[in-house]
Design a protein around this ligand. Sequence first.
Ligand code: HEM
Length: 229
Amino acid sequence: MQFTSSSIGRKILMAITGQAMVLFAVVHLLGNSSIFGWLNGGINAYAEHLHSLPLPIIIGFRLALLALVCVHIWFGIQLTLENRDARTKQYAVKSTQKTTFASENMIWTGSLIALFIVYHLAHFTFQVVNPETAALKNLVPLHNEMVPNVLGMVVAGFKNFFITFIYAGAMVALFLHLSHGIQSFFQTMGWSNDRSQPIIIRLGTLVALGLFLGYVIIPLTVFAGILKG
Ligand code: HEM
């Protein structure tokens, strides 16, 4: 594959925005894991901590996250179209880069994750999927105050087979996307060589697997009746 200087710029922007989102996914997972009780008050206390941050910080963080997602998607679509166009033209030198199912389907796994995020925001942030179990409508006591019942909302959601299925499917897409995306980041930044490449590929897959297992365990343990509200 041949890259022009503008497509290298796009690849670097994609790599950086992608890794910033991986960082978000790690922090979000650590926060969500409070559902297993390591934080006094569990996920309700964690959500309360987040919502007690100053409003400009919350809004600024959300806008920054939205900007990252938009840049990543915009350049992702452009690069995919560019790669397709290049494939239809004859090159004198053929690419020797190995392709995998994950690398060949980045646009599709990325699209599934984008659809999932829209659904996920409707579910847990705007709380319109199951309005009767919305955390904001069901307050519970925590440390002498009444707070939204995020635990009740999450557990009620994952008792439903279809919701659990959507989350588990989206986490498979996330695993595939990141198992290629993380190692691709190092390659794009020029931080890998023939010796380090196999290690980076394994580490990338390991991080993607860790995120997959960490995220999927929440809906699955609720659905199996192990994690209760
Ligand atoms: C089982 C898996 C997950 C659970 C239980 C979960 C839980 C939650 C909850 C409860 C909220 C609302 C936080 C609040 O405003 O109080 C939230 C927001 C959010 N989640 Fe997740 N989440 C999961 C997976 C994911 C994944 C895989 C992603 C994307 C990589 C993601 C991205 C987001 C985003 C972007 C927000 C909005 C953040 C904000 O409001 O500032 N979530 N999630």
